[in-house]
Write a protein that binds this ligand. Sequence first.
Ligand code: ATP
Ligand code: MG
Length: 549
Amino acid sequence: MAIEASNFIEEFINEDLAAGKADTVHTRFPPEPNGYLHIGHCKALAIDFGTAKKYGGMCNLRMDDTNPAKEDTEYVDAIKEDIHWLGFDWEDRFFYGSDYFDKDYEFAVELIKKGLAYVCELTAEQMEEYRGDLTHPARSPWRDRPIEESLALFERMKNGEFENGRYTLRAKIDLASGNFWMRDPVLYRIKHMPHHRYGDKWCIYPTYDFAHPIQDALEGITHSLCSLEFEIHRPLYNWVIENVSVPHTPRQIEFARLNITYTVLSKRFLRGLVESGLVDGWDDPRMPTLCGMRRRGYTGASIVDFCSRIGVAKADSLVDIRLLEACIRDELNETAPRRVAVLDPIKVIVDNYPEGKEEVFDLPNHPQHPEMGTRPVTFSRELYIDAEDFAEVPPPKFFRLKPEGEVRLMGAYIIKCGEIVKNEDGSIKEIHVTADLETGNGNPVDGRKIKGTIHWLSAANAYDAQVVMYDKLLTLEDPSKLPKDKEYTDYLNPESKKVMLGAKLEKSLADAKAGERFQFVRTGYFTPDSKNPGTFLRTVTLKDSYKPQ
Ligand code: ATP
Ligand code: MG
């Protein structure tokens, strides 16, 4: 199976296939069902599922639920939904880490019988105290406990005879190892806590380092791909595989975690935001969760595209959030039909346009894609333009509407600013203009040199809607540089959510359904909120200065 490697993981796989160490590629994605997936998980699962697919292999989905503390079936269902949304599928290979509790126990007994594990009586504090340092080995007073005694105690641990923390089962490896994870690591702990799938059957639970390699080996995983923080655990992973009678020898390969500017990818932090009400749930469109990004209008394809653009590296790095935005912008620029929305409307009266008269212009749904058709847009005496497109005291080079100035209404006439009528509080009530009715009619090639073109809606073709503008949730660019005396919540961006209550939208948007996406011309890309019918959410702004190298 000669496949050209496009990253170091595939190079390793090619080596293994060439050397006959594996004859297929079988990976797994092992999320812990204690929160919703975020875009960091997407990088991992795109590698797990993507690599298997590239080699014509398989990828399992396995809920890592060996820790009984905080699982929830709500999360299991959400994880499955998110993975399918991204376009990946585990077929009939859905497992739980807890499926193997019986096997884990048997293998622990095997290690004790081989003299490779023992029951220890140190408390957690003592273990910390005895762990030694780089120049001093750890101390472990119970490591020479006779095998029979450890076997008997381990069984009694399982039978629930002891309270939490009274004993642990530890591997007997190397107290002087330079790798602290090899200094007789704990394999089992007593935890009197019901498991969401097994209730009170167990009161001892295996550690991740013991359970994970066994799960991989029993499922026939050939390549166990994981993020870089597990690199230091690899010798222990290999030790477990070598010393228990598992049928397969998986290989662990680590890759860099995804870090993104202005974004914290940690379930614990994200859960904190949800629980403290600082965001509107896991699917708040500002969250880097897949459900949040989906609600905001991201497509699964654009996120997978992002993961492939950033590539697979061995060393950690920080990815600019604008690259993520560029991925969805590039897609929507091609696919999203154009519509008009006036987010902060000012009323405009065209004095020389007869009351009651209406003209219909056909505007293209996409300027570069005539096959996407046109839609009728009404022109009438009463219009709306955006407050941003008018300046009573214009700054230099302001080419939109200003006193005495002329501007082109997109696809329609050129107008000239006349009287500005104010409310009692000084705000603008309406602007009177005159239209040059010789121009326009959908044809801007009329010989007039007018620098500014603005979007507009006729009152007859507008309805009121709520539009929500999002910006980054945090103001801290590099989340790894959090000052010691600060918390991430000190960096919440007060401008991250702005609700435009009185926006005017083109009437054809009134029937838009969740999952549809539009470009509001000159404004950005928007999608109907799946949770609040009638509200539109901004997925991403129209332009950005970011230029990928
Ligand atoms: P968190 O730190 O957000 O709680 P986790 O690692 O505890 O994440 P798991 O559910 O255990 O979450 O993750 C499943 C897989 O996703 C793991 O193999 C992990 O390596 C990977 N993963 C998690 N976060 C990232 C990330 N930022 N970049 C790449 N992979 C990640
Ligand atoms: Mg984890």
